[in-house]
Design a protein around this ligand. Structure first.
Ligand SMILES: *[C@@H]1O[C@H](CO)[C@@H](O)[C@H](O)[C@H]1NC(C)=O
Ligand SMILES: *[C@@H]1O[C@H](CO)[C@@H](O)[C@H](O)[C@H]1NC(C)=O
Ligand SMILES: *[C@@H]1O[C@H](CO)[C@@H](O)[C@H](O)[C@H]1NC(C)=O
Ligand SMILES: *[C@@H]1O[C@H](CO)[C@@H](O)[C@H](O)[C@H]1NC(C)=O
Ligand SMILES: *[C@@H]1O[C@H](CO)[C@@H](O)[C@H](O)[C@H]1NC(C)=O
Ligand SMILES: *[C@@H]1O[C@H](CO)[C@@H](O)[C@H](O)[C@H]1NC(C)=O
Length: 886
């Protein structure tokens, strides 16, 4: 297999392609996307429907229903998911297609339970929205008027039937909590689990053909899936690219495969045989050790370079396969090893040999109706993640395995993906049929996703280890072994076994949260999956004071934590009417799917803030929305900063935190939730805060035993020498009261180090007229040349509700058009905390928002996502600060 020979073959191909023009057309594809017809079971509803799509979207597009997200429509449209629906299309099959040896009817995604008929003949059934299905249909195809019918059964009725058929023991939970207004037994159907409702989302159990449908005809063979995974051999420091081809061959076919990475001068030809049927062939392309390969790095750690890979397959000079893709080189290791001075094991990711702190959030489906999640929607959300200095997102196990473009964008943006398998907050059945469909789902998803460097870890499920270990579902201890056995069967003996076989290039965790190796040692179910000495943790508390870092577990890795807030008024407005615009309206409680959630937000806010009390009701409502965002931003900031400053320390046996992924990045609809980005893409105050608290270099301030401590946190690769500058302000005016500067301290790359410690009393004593209720602090880091490093931060010495001297700042603004957007110059008459600029429904993003204004004038920029003007922006602009709401 010399290089020369493969070059020769390429020349032959060029000739053969021109000589035998038909060879290039050996593979015939006919799309069946587009307009189908759709009807319900008794024929009372019949309408055109777009494929890919779903029943709800079709009804909406034809004006048969209103916006399903409007007010209480989720309840009004419940009937849709209780009916059965049939999609039908009539098509002509071209002569070229019918002339092929084999023709497959391919469904990239059927949601979910369906029987499929072609020209009156049943060709198969489906039961899993996460699988691709294909059916061999050559013999059934007519020249024209082929009738293809997909009969979808109500997923709600199906789930209930499956549950009833499972009589030996219950598989909890039976139903979601009433406050979620959802449907029951979602764990009995392989479908987006949150489509039956969640504590942040509505119940819209979708039905449809949610991905492409097509016919594929071929004579010899066809490629079903290609994947390439670079593997690194540390001992000889050599890369090998493992290329896998999943191929359908009509009969056993010998073939020459030429794999090439032209930019790396790597090329090799393999003589191979594709056995008859669907088989996977693997090829290893070793790279010359002298070749310098540029690595893919997470955001903030380097670039995301990739290399073109071409793959050509020939038989006797005739082209059989031809595909181009991109290959990214990086390694990932999950390090679980003893830590000096701490019981338990470390838990951190090493990317290309470098320990990387994972900063980011959790991803949920971007819409109840996946057909409305366009690449532009994904790009906007993922760019928002990157722009807030995130380097990781966890694709949560209650949604969907995202579409290809999601992972491609993550590859390009350097966003690492923690990929759950789609099982969440429940026990699951393990009947043979269920296991078989899950096995196929897992094989297909791993093969589809494993070429993406962004995917750095697989995880078997969301919170199911914890649910069983902590007995969320009141399972009698005598029955516990049954559930334990089911758990191990599904996640260990099936999913883990498949993933390790299909993709040895990444770590696999059985659950999230988990104790990792310790869970394994305890028979896959740890006594306490939340143990901060092992693995990852999820932690929520709404009643404890979120400003008090002592309430947070000093975990190895925080993969979920968060607080709710309401989206802004402009996001709620299109789905509500004036009657709804109060915090105690039926609408406000209807949209809240988390028990006591609205109350909890106010209680948490009231710990530190005066609650809005404007007498004008709508103003009071919008102020309350603002207040929940202030509370959320400040809480998640406090918790995230605690995790980031814990990366280098062990305190009381705990620490070395190496991940902070708050719950949750995005929203599925317009409602209160833990998200930092609203439905539609508008940033909440939290997301603006994340821009700062995830900065590569960050000063963190907190108090311990009445002493102020400031840490410098750095995710950089190189060392810095930094000092902190603390400025003391009075709440009552804009002139600094005094300034304190620390000594320069060495801050090694990838560390968090204390840089200042001083009792608050001595700090204030050295600062004239200051007391805790009258003053507050800002601080930043600077290097030896007095250049500021990282953002400015602040620390309050009392709750703002107790602050003395805080005045209405009467902020005015001037909007001006600039080259790349608009500038907004603010003028304030006094110090103003949490200054919030809102331009209503003009979509776009400010450079900074929700900030503490400690100077008379501040300028921020606004980048609109559609054309606008100074006049429109000035008209829409509202400015709210803390003192304006009471
Ligand atoms: C047909 O089904 C719809 C939706 O389930 C129902 O509202 C309607 O009453 C039914 N019509 C007849 C004639 O049975
Ligand atoms: C839907 O299909 C199921 C299974 O065939 C059947 O039991 C049920 O009665 C059907 N529902 C309606 C509304 O026709
Ligand atoms: C690897 O590259 C070196 C330097 O370009 C070259 O001398 C050597 O022949 C190459 N080895 C292989 C196996 O191609
Ligand atoms: C803001 O305006 C109000 C009402 O005119 C006034 O009472 C208040 O003093 C002003 N605030 C400052 C800081 O000047
Ligand atoms: C601050 O803004 C005010 C009002 O727009 C303006 O009069 C003043 O000149 C500005 N001051 C500075 C230092 O830019
Ligand atoms: C709102 O609360 C503030 C401070 O507690 C108080 O001064 C003010 O009068 C209240 N306003 C209304 C409209 O109740």
């Amino acid at each position: 297999m010399s290089v020369r020979r493969s070059v020769l073959i390429r020349v032959v191909c060029l000739l053969s392609c021109s000589f035998f023009g038909f060879a290039a057309a050996a593979h015939q594809t006919q799309s069946l996307n587009g307009k189908w017809s759709l009807s319900n079971s008794n024929g009372s509803v019949s309408l055109p429907a777009q494929v890919p799509g779903c029943v709800h979207s079709a009804l909406r597009q034809q004006g048969r229903i209103q916006d399903p997200y409007f007010r209480f429509n989720d309840l009004s449209y419940r009937w849709i998911a209780y009916d059965n629906w049939t999609y039908t299309t009539v098509f002509t099959a071209s002569a070229q297609l019918r002339a092929k040896q084999k023709v497959l009817l391919v469904f990239d995604g059927v949601d979910s339970v369906a029987s499929i008929w072609l020209n009156g003949i049943s060709i198969g059934t489906t039961d899993n929205m996460f699988r691709r299905y294909d059916f061999s249909v050559k013999d059934l195809l007519l020249e024209k008027d082929n009738v293809l019918k997909v009969s979808l059964m109500s997923p709600v009725v199906y789930a209930a039937e499956q549950r009833n058929a499972h009589s030996a023991y219950r598989v909890p939970p039976e139903c979601p909590p009433d406050v979620q207004k959802g449907e029951c037994h979602v764990n009995f159907i392989r479908k987006e689990q949150c489509s039956f409702s969640w504590d942040w989302g509505p119940s819209f159990p979708t039905m449809g053909l949610w991905k492409e449908v097509r016919l594929e005809g071929f004579d010899v063979l066809q490629l079903v899936q290609v994947s390439s995974v670079p593997l690194h051999d540390h001992s000889v420091s050599q890369w090998r690219v493992q290329v896998e081809l999943l191929v359908d061959a009509i009969q056993t076919t010998s073939c020459q495969i030429a794999v090439s990475l032209p930019e790396l001068d790597a090329e090799q030809t393999f003589q191979t045989q594709f056995l008859s049927g669907r088989t996977k062939n693997t090829f290893i392309l070793p790279l010359n050790t002298s070749v310098q390969v540029k690595r893919w790095w997470p955001n903030g750690h380097g670039e995301q370079p990739s290399y073109r890979m071409t793959l050509r397959g020939f038989q006797d000079g005739v082209s059989l396969l031809n595909t181009d893709s991109r290959v990214y080189f990086r390694t990932v290791e999950l390090i679980q090893e003893p830590i000096a001075g701490s019981p338990g094991l470390s838990f951190y990711f090493r990317i290309n040999g470098k320990p990387v702190f994972l900063k980011g959030s959790n991803w949920i489906p971007a819409h109840s109706f996946q057909d409305q999640v366009t690449p532009a929607v994904l790009k906007n959300l993922l760019q928002s993640a990157r722009d807030a200095h995130m380097n990781a997102l966890r694709v949560w196990g209650g949604g969907v395995y995202e579409q290809d473009s999601f992972y491609s964008i993550c590859d390009e943006l350097g966003i690492m993906v923690w990929q759950d398998f789609m099982f969440a907050c429940a026990m699951y059945p393990t009947e043979d049929a269920f296991i078989q469909t899950v096995r196929e789902e897992v094989v297909q998803q791993v093969q589809r996703l494993k070429s993406h460097p962004s995917v750095v870890v697989w995880s078997g499920n969301n919170e199911n280890e914890a649910a069983l270990a902590k007995d969320w579902f009141n399972i009698p201890s005598s029955q516990r072994p049954v559930y334990t056995k089911d758990y191990v069967t599904l996640y260990v003996n099936n999913i883990r076994q498949i993933v390790q076989h299909e993709d040895p290039s990444r770590p696999f965790l059985v659950s999230s949260p988990t104790n990792g190796l310790e869970s394994e040692r305890e028979g896959w179910l740890a006594a306490d999956p939340y143990d901060p000495h092992y693995g990852d943790t999820h932690f929520y508390s709404y009643v404890l004071d979120c400003w008090d870092w002592r309430t947070f577990p000093r975990t190895r890795f925080a993969s979920e934590y968060g607080f709710q807030s309401w989206p802004s008024f402009s996001t709620l407005q299109p789905v509500s009417i004036a009657d709804d615009w109060s915090y105690n309206s039926d609408f406000a409680s209807h949209r809240q799917h988390h028990q006591d959630g609205n109350q909890q937000m106010l209680l948490q806010a009231a710990l530190h803030f005066k609650l809005p009390n404007a007498s004008e009701p709508v103003e009071r409502f919008t102020h309350t929305l603002y207040m929940t965002q202030v509370m959320q931003a400040q809480c998640v900031k406090a918790q995230t900063e605690f995790y980031r400053r814990s990366r280098s320390e062990v305190v009381g046996g705990r620490g070395r935190t190496m991940g902070a992924l708050y719950w949750q990045l995005n929203d599925v609809w317009q409602a209160p939730s833990w998200s930092s980005v609203e439905f539609g893409g508008k940033w909440k105050m939290l997301h603006y805060f994340a821009q700062d608290f995830f900065a590569d270099v960050l000063p963190v301030g907190f108090e311990e035993n009445n002493a102020l401590l400031i840490y410098a946190v750095s995710d950089l690769s190189h060392d810095l020498k930094l000092r902190t500058v603390v400025t003391v302000f009075s709440w009552a005016d804009l002139d600094p009261v005094c300034t304190l500067t620390s000594d320069l301290v060495l801050v090694p790359g990838g560390s968090a180090v204390p840089i200042l410690k001083q009792p608050v009393s001595s700090l204030l004593a050295g600062c004239g007229r200051c007391t805790r209720p009258t003053c507050l602090l800002t601080f930043h880091l600077e290097d030896s040349s007095r250049v500021q490093q990282g953002p400015r931060n602040h620390h309050f010495l009392c709750s703002p509700k107790d602050a003395q001297g805080l005045q209405r700042p009467n902020i005015t603004a001037k909007v001006q058009e600039e080259k790349t957007g608009f500038s907004v110059t603010l003028h304030s008459a006094s110090l103003a905390p949490f200054v919030w600029l809102d331009v209503g429904n003009i979509p776009g993003r400010f450079s900074s928002n929700g900030f503490l204004m400690v100077s008379k004038n501040t300028t921020v920029t606004f980048k609109p996502w559609r054309p606008t003007s100074v006049a429109e922006l000035s008209q829409a602009l509202s400015i709210t600060s803390l003192r304006d709401v009471y």
